[in-house]
Design a protein around this ligand. Structure first.
Ligand code: GLU
Ligand code: MG
Length: 437
């Protein structure tokens, strides 16, 4: 009997889970054209499984409409089933975008950035994760032996990324036991977020093909563990001619007026944005000072604990095109579309308002008191998801993009998720999320 390949049309939902529906690959042409049925309440499925109170109940019909540019088909060549999926947009039956679709949200922001300011975005995601097919050892940081001991996983994973058309930048053993990091090259607009989804899923796919091993992108394996961050590198360029607009050689730290206004928007909104960029109960055990993650909404110049940082450029001759920024207050419990969209919506708000160029913070915020920090517009980021959700609810500046339906779905869904883990200790929460992500 000849196996029948299955392709799944996927969406990265509000909890960053990749879900979808499949069809036999022989129907590819017709499915690429018409998509597959979907229901609004699917957006209320929490990462924990149960469904949050849904305004739609069993009613309503939508479509998951695939974007052929994202077709991913990997034959691992080991006799296992072909890995086959394509990313879709959730649309109304007449094809108009559905407000609550995370990919649609990112597209709305990108379109407004281009329309209002003639700008586009180049972005690259850096992911840290745990691979459980290797023994946990204390002496593993950046160790060559940690690369060796993970066996064939990395080779398989990197080959799959290559096959998926994703440019790998680096792969390494990170600081924590069983922790690895994968960084891909920059991509434009929505493709950057598509690639982040593919990077996560192919890590799972490659691990599964090593005797059914697992990876986890959870922010923390246990409350005191080394964190798994997602760091989003990004820069702006003119849509018309591709010219970069981030760097100004005349300015201290090289930050241009445009780049500076964009960063000011992100810094101002970062506390509220956390509800979309670090959106799980366990995310907040990671976002603490002295953890090399991000605990304040400060702009660092080459500081790896700042919420936002200006990255080093290794080739001074190419400084204008290589000068870029990194958002660090994020993890993989966020859908890459909500994550990138939230950052860009806030930056766009900063540009629209013509905010003053962001200032680089000198020193570490935890070494100064609130009076000093607040005078500089710097505050401790929310210390819980509850706090971040309240801030997101209260902020109305980004409502053009985070529409009423999207915002209410996020708030209801996330508050429901919190209600499901209130009785769990931090250790139990971390264990639970490690299995989910
Ligand atoms: N693991 C750190 C985090 O939680 C990041 C370390 C690094 O700078 O790569 O974000
Ligand atoms: Mg790292």
């Amino acid at each position: 009997m000849k196996p029948q390949e299955i392709t799944t049309i996927c969406t990265s939902d509000l909890g960053g889970q990749t879900r979808g529906k499949g069809y036999p690959a022989r129907d590819r042409a017709s499915r690429l054209e018409k998509g597959i049925g979907w229901t609004p309440t699917n957006s209320m499925i929490s990462p924990l499984g149960p469904i949050a109170p849904s305004p739609w109940g069993p009613c309503g019909d939508l479509l998951l409409r695939p974007d052929p540019d994202t077709e991913t088909r990997i034959d691992f060549g080991d006799g296992s089933a072909i890995e086959s999926f394509v990313i879709g947009d959730i649309v109304e039956l007449d094809g108009t975008p559905w407000d609550v679709c995370p990919r649609g949200f990112l597209k709305r922001v990108l379109a407004a950035l281009e329309e209002r300011h003639g700008l586009s975005v180049r972005a690259a995601f850096e992911h840290e994760f745990a691979y459980f097919g290797v023994e946990p050892r204390d002496n593993s940081p950046y160790a060559l032996d940690s690369v060796r001991r993970q066996g064939r996983f990395a080779e398989t994973y990197l080959a799959a990324l290559d096959k998926a058309g994703i440019t790998l930048d680096t792969f390494m053993a990170e600081y924590g036991p069983q922790q690895y990091e994968v960084t891909v090259g920059p991509a434009i607009g929505v493709t950057a977020a598509d690639q982040a989804l593919i990077v996560r899923e192919l890590a799972r796919a490659a691990a599964w093909r090593q005797d059914q091993q697992r990876v986890s992108f959870t922010p923390l394996l246990h409350p005191d563990a080394v964190g798994n961050g997602v760091h989003v590198h990004f820069s702006l360029f003119k849509s018309a001619d591709g010219a970069p607009v981030n760097h100004d050689p005349e300015h201290e730290h090289g930050l241009s007026e445009t780049g500076g206004a964009f960063l000011s928007g992100i810094l101002a909104k970062m506390p509220a944005l956390l509800a979309m960029t670090a959106p799980s109960p366990v995310s907040y055990y990671r976002l603490k000072p002295n953890r090399w993650s991000a605990a304040y909404n400060n702009l660092g110049y080459r500081d790896r604990e700042a919420g936002l940082r200006i990255c080093p450029v290794f080739d001074e001759a190419k400084i204008a095109s290589q000068y870029h920024f990194e958002y660090r207050a994020a993890d993989a419990t966020a859908s890459p579309y909500l994550l990138l969209g939230a950052i860009l919506a806030a930056g766009l708000w900063g540009l629209d308002r013509g905010l003053e160029r962001a200032k680089v913070y000198e020193g570490l915020p935890q070494d100064f008191d609130d009076t000093h920090n607040h005078a500089l517009g710097v505050r401790r980021l929310p210390t819980s998801l509850e706090e971040a959700l309240d801030l997101l609810e209260a902020d109305t500046d980004l409502d053009d993009f985070i529409t009423a339906d999207l915002k209410s779905a996020i708030l209801t869904g996330k508050r429901f998720e919190l209600s499901q883990v209130t009785d769990l200790t931090p250790e139990q929460r971390c264990e639970r999320y490690a299995r989910i992500y």
